[in-house]
Design a protein around this ligand. Structure first.
Ligand SMILES: Nc1ncnc2c1ncn2[C@@H]1O[C@H](COP(=O)(O)OP(=O)(O)OP(=O)(O)O)[C@@H](O)[C@H]1O
Length: 241
């Protein structure tokens, strides 16, 4: 096992992952620098979600390596991966998944409250992000009383309140109208850059990919920009994107 280059906070070599016997990823390698935004772009079913799940430790690939901050993720136990995800990573999915019993600020503050941050400090941090995302007026309202685009902004605020090292955003604007989509994505990428958060963004959308520092095109579980699968595995060290 060869350690990744120092300047890549997230690094993967020749990741192969099959789901229920079907190959979803066939030898993907990449490196992401700290504070950069990487867009993983490709058509439906090309493996974007599976790649994000492998990089974030939700799935362990059958072959290949995933490294975070100089440590191998693929060799960690399930409990160690869960701790890593809770402490260093955040995840935004296509649908806002808020806790229905909690109001807007409580949802946004949840990661900090679970870490033992005082309610006062957690609320202050949550309110800061709700304001930046233009949903401070939703702080006292339960998710059921809010339209989907406002719930998704609260989900984005929750991810950023956690101050993750890496934010995985899996088609985070898929359920929004075009006008909301652009604003939420811009806020997300600007906020991440200003706080040095690394973002891995899965998207179908060329416009979304344009907001990223780098783009990784994926087709049928492979990098569309890799010369050959063999070369991709061998050249992992030079594949910072
Ligand atoms: N739980 C699962 N069990 C079996 N196969 C799966 C599972 N999840 C995904 N797949 C298959 O793995 C492949 C990659 O799926 P994945 O969801 O990673 O692609 P995607 O690019 O994120 O697609 P989309 O844009 O539709 O979300 C697809 O062929 C998909 O059908």
């Amino acid at each position: 096992m060869v350690a990744p280059p120092d300047d890549d906070v997230l690094w993967a070599r020749s990741v192969h992952c099959s789901l229920e016997g079907s190959p979803a990823l066939s030898g993907v390698s990449l490196g992401v620098r700290e504070g950069h935004v990487l867009a993983v772009r490709g058509p439906r079913a090309c493996g974007k979600t599976t790649l994000l799940r492998c990089l974030s430790g939700q799935l362990v690939p059958q072959e290949g390596e995933v490294w975070f901050d100089g440590h191998p993720v693929h060799t960690l136990s399930r409990a160690q991966r869960e701790r890593l995800r809770a402490e260093r990573f955040a995840w935004i999915g296509p649908e806002p998944s808020l806790v229905p019993e909690l109001n807007g600020w409580e949802n946004a503050a949840l990661p900090l409250l679970l870490r033992g941050t005082s309610q006062r400090a957690a609320k202050a941090a949550a309110m800061e992000w709700l304001e930046r995302l233009d949903v401070a007026d939703c702080a006292g309202r339960k998710p059921a009383a809010l339209p989907r685009h406002r719930r998704q902004r609260i989900a984005v605020a929750r991810a950023l309140t956690a101050r993750p090292t890496v934010l995985f955003a899996d088609e985070p604007t898929a359920s929004l109208h075009a006008s909301d989509r652009a604003q939420v994505l811009r806020t997300l990428t600007t906020a991440a850059r200003s706080h040095g958060v690394t973002v891995v963004l899965a998207t179908l959308d060329e416009d979304a990919a344009a907001l990223a520092d780098h783009c990784l095109p994926l087709v049928d579980g492979r990098r569309a920009d890799a010369a050959t699968p063999e070369a991709e595995g061998q050249e992992a060290c030079s594949l910072s994107v």
